[in-house]
Every structure is written in C-alpha cells, then in structure tokens.
Design a protein. Structure first.
Ligand code: ADP
Ligand code: MG
Length: 451
C-alpha cells in the first residue's frame, strides 16, 4: 500500500508550523508501510527519537486518515558521514535554533546564534576571560594550550566558548572546529565502544583543529572516558592544535579528576569568570532589553527598574535574563509599561529565591577589603591583632549570616578547627557589648553583604 508522504508532510507543516517542520519532518524519508508499520529514515537517532516523542500520534493519525492501516511508526537511522565539514554546525538561517539548539546532531553541536562576541557584555569580572577567548578566536599561533575557563553557573562560560566557535567558523572556514559538552564527549565515546567504532571516534577527535569541551567536570570519576579524553588531549596538543576547556571550578579543585589530567590543564592559561558585579549586571540588562525589544516590540521600562533588578538578582546571568524576558512578555501582553508593581508581581518567585544568600567567601572578601588586609592573610596563620580581629569578625558574620556549621566555616578559614571558630564568634560578641566602633563596622558590613 502506498501513501503520499508529500501530502501528509504538507498537512503536518500546517499543524506543527514552518520551523518545526523544517527541523523535524522534512529530514524524514518515508521508506515503506508494511504490516501495519510505517518505516521512516531519520538522519540521526536524535531526530528519530524526537519525532517519535513529539509527533508520533499526529503522524499516525494523518497516515490513517489517508486510508492506510498503520499501528505504529518505526525510525531507522541512516549512517551519516561524520568526518569532513566544519564540525560545529551552524543552524539553517530559516530555523534560527536549528534542531534543538545546543544539542548534538550527528555532526557536532548546533551553535546558538545568540552566543556571539557581539552579544557578550564585558565588565571587570569577565574581562580577562573575554580577552583570552578573543585571542583564541583569532586563530593565530597557539600561545596557550589549553585555554581553561572556569566559573560558577550562568557566568558566561558556554557563551564565550560558542562565541569562539562562531568567530572561527566565520573567519577560518578551513579549520575544523569541534565544540561539545563533556557529557556529549562521553556519550559519543560510549556509543563508539558499543558500536565498535572506536577507531572512527579517535580519528574524528584527533583530526580537528580546535577542540572545545564544555563542563569538563562532568567526566570526573568516569575512568575510561577520562582516559580517552587524556589521550585525545595529548594527541592534539602534540600537533599544536588549540584546545579550550570549561569547568565549574579550577582544574585542581575538580574532585575525582585524575591528577595527570588536571596538571595538563594547568599547563595553558587558566582564567576564571568572577561573579558578576552590579555594573556588569546593569550593562547586561540594557543589552538584553535592546535585544528583547526586537522580538516583543518596544516596551516602556519605568525608572529604576534595571537598577532594582541588577541589585536584587545577583546570582546568575541566566536568571537575570529570564526575569527580564518575563517582564517583556508580560508587558507586551497587557500593553503596559514595566512598573515596580509589575516586577514584584511577576518576579516574586525569582526575587524570593535570590534573597540574600551570602557565602562565607563573600564575607571574607568584604571584611578583608573593609579592614584593608589581604584575603590570604585572613585565611592564613598570622596572629597579629590587625589580622586576627578582622578574621574573627568574618567568622562571626559567617556564623550569623550563613547556614554553615562551625566545622564547615572552619574548613573555609584555611582548615581551622570548629573550636577556633567558636572562640572567634564569642570574642566578637564580647567586644561588641562594649565597643561601639565595632558595632558600626558590623552594621556596615552586614548592609554591604545584604545587598
Ligand atoms: P555558563 O556556561 O557559565 O553556565 P552561559 O554561558 O550559559 O553560562 O550563560 C548563561 C546566560 O547568560 C546565557 O544566556 C548567556 O548569554 C548570558 N550571559 C552570561 N554572561 C553574559 C555576558 N557577559 N553578556 C551577555 N550575556 C551573558
Ligand atoms: Mg555552560
């Protein structure tokens, strides 16, 4: 029995929309309908799985309506060639995010067009990482290998890496650039082992010119993946190929990462993305607002709104961005300007969850700044009063302002015993009772930290 897949496909276009159709339906080839099963060829397992999960019933219904007896759909994956071409694939221009942006299609990872250098706001906390990324994107002689970027969640690691990939694919189309997450690296490795394609795997990874592996902490503790990663890494470094790595912490601090890997990582340039500061957040909000205005139309934003958001949402740029997007969506929906009331209404969940959550490290930094001593002295063994007193104050504030236990605080103060922390806390309580200057200092520090 035959069906007109073209006709059904057209029908689906109307149902799922142009860009979904382009990403998911168009790549399918209808092979046959036999014994109640409609068989399709999908270009990758990923596409097949996606279609099965999201469009199975819709497709089935349409085929049935066209007079065919089918009970299920089946997808076979054609072996797509994996070598050749730029591995970091650009999404097609008419489906801006491509098949599942940020996810892997057989060839490589689809880059998100938003994550370019143009869209990256530079400020003090990220200027070094940005400069290093720019340097790598010039594709000049390799000066540091690898470039190791680290920092907390949502501070722009993936953004910078993809920006490098964009820039390189644009300026040096002759280079093979491969960007992927460490998780994907492992997934491909395991898949290659299972399918006995390990030689292909090795060939692909060793023939790229630039390898970028995001969130490398993921492979910590995964022995054979680490092993393979180590060999890939060495092979590329030996050929003088550029490697860029990101992680959520410094190489030496990743638990269960083999020492030989972490020491190789430190051979290049290790730069961290610091937590954002107020100015950077304000800059990012302004830039994103201009960007959102393109999709939501222009929206009036009340005075002080950006300042308020930059002030209150300090944890993570992704959250900041999400908050602004929500305000734009809401405001354009009801056709009103963004007011402080709207912010409180719309963002109550975000504002609640980002309420002052001070870390011991922040306290130490602020206190050290305030008393003009070095952070290393605060954590170190010196016992002179000019150092010991601020240290005790930091201990006291850590006890008061965080939910850390005394032993946990002790660990963060250069591995001190919990009794030392308790002593520090008591000391400050004692002095407070008689020293108004100390009280003022404490109040000031507390205010600074709460903001
Ligand atoms: P990470 O990989 O470090 O967790 P991402 O790179 O995914 O963080 O960034 C999270 C979000 O914040 C992304 O949407 C990214 O575009 C945005 N972002 C982070 N830093 C900046 C920046 N300096 N300028 C513009 N956008 C940023
Ligand atoms: Mg990331």
């Amino acid at each position: 029995m035959t069906i007109s897949w073209a006709g059904i496909s057209d029908e689906l276009r109307r149902e799922v929309g142009e860009s979904n159709h382009k990403s998911w339906i168009e790549p399918l080839e209808c092979l046959a309908i036999e014994e109640g099963v409609a068989r399709f060829r999908a270009p990758s397992r990923f596409v097949g799985d996606w279609v099965k999960r999201n469009y199975h019933d819709q497709i089935l219904t349409l085929i049935r309506n066209s007079g065919n007896h089918v009970t299920r759909l089946d997808f076979v994956v054609s072996a797509a060639p994996v070598s050749g071409g730029t591995l970091a694939t650009r999404p097609k221009s008419d489906s801006p995010r491509g098949p599942a942006a940020g996810d892997d299609v057989l060839q490589g990872t689809v880059l998100d067009p938003k994550l370019s250098f143009d869209n990256f706001v530079v400020g003090k906390p990220n200027e070094l990482a940005h400069a290093a990324a720019r340097r790598v994107a010039e594709a000049g002689p390799v000066t540091f290998n690898p470039l190791f970027l680290y920092g907390g969640v949502g501070l722009g690691k993936t953004h910078l890496m993809q920006a490098i990939a964009w820039e390189l694919t644009e300026k040096r189309p002759d280079l093979q650039v491969l960007y992927l997450s460490a998780e994907k690296f492992m997934y491909r490795f395991v898949q290659a082992l299972r399918d006995r394609e390990i030689m292909d795997f090795k060939n692909i990874f060793r023939s790229v010119d630039v390898l970028m592996v995001d969130d490398v902490q993921f492979i910590a503790g995964k022995e054979s993946t680490q092993e393979e990663f180590f060999h890939t890494f060495n092979a590329l470094v030996d050929q003088n190929k550029q490697i860029v790595i990101s992680a959520d912490r410094a190489p030496g601090e990743i638990k269960d990462l083999e020492a030989r890997i972490s020491s190789r990582m430190q051979c290049g340039l290790v730069v961290d993305l610091h937590p954002t500061n107020y100015e950077l957040r304000l800059g990012i909000l302004q830039r994103k607002a201009a960007h959102f205005a393109q999709s939501y139309g222009s929206v009036t934003i009340g005075d002080g709104i950006f300042e308020f958001l930059a002030h209150r949402i300090s944890n993570n740029v992704r959250v900041l961005e999400g908050a602004l997007q929500r305000l734009f969506a809401f405001s354009s929906l009801i056709g009103q300007e963004i007011t402080m009331d709207m912010v409180q209404d719309c963002l109550s969940d975000i504002l609640r969850s980002s309420e002052r959550r001070v870390t011991v490290e922040e306290i130490q930094r602020k206190v050290a700044d305030h008393f003009n001593i070095r952070l290393s002295d605060m954590l170190g063994p010196k016992r002179t009063r000019t150092i010991a007193r601020p240290r005790q104050i930091a201990m006291y504030l850590s006890k008061e302002m965080t939910s850390r236990s005394l032993p946990e605080i002790g660990r963060r103060f250069g591995g001190r015993d919990h009794t030392t922390i308790l002593h520090g806390v008591r000391k400050v309580e004692e002095i407070r009772a008689v020293d108004s200057q100390l009280n003022e200092d404490l109040e000031l520090l507390r205010r600074l930290l709460e903001n």
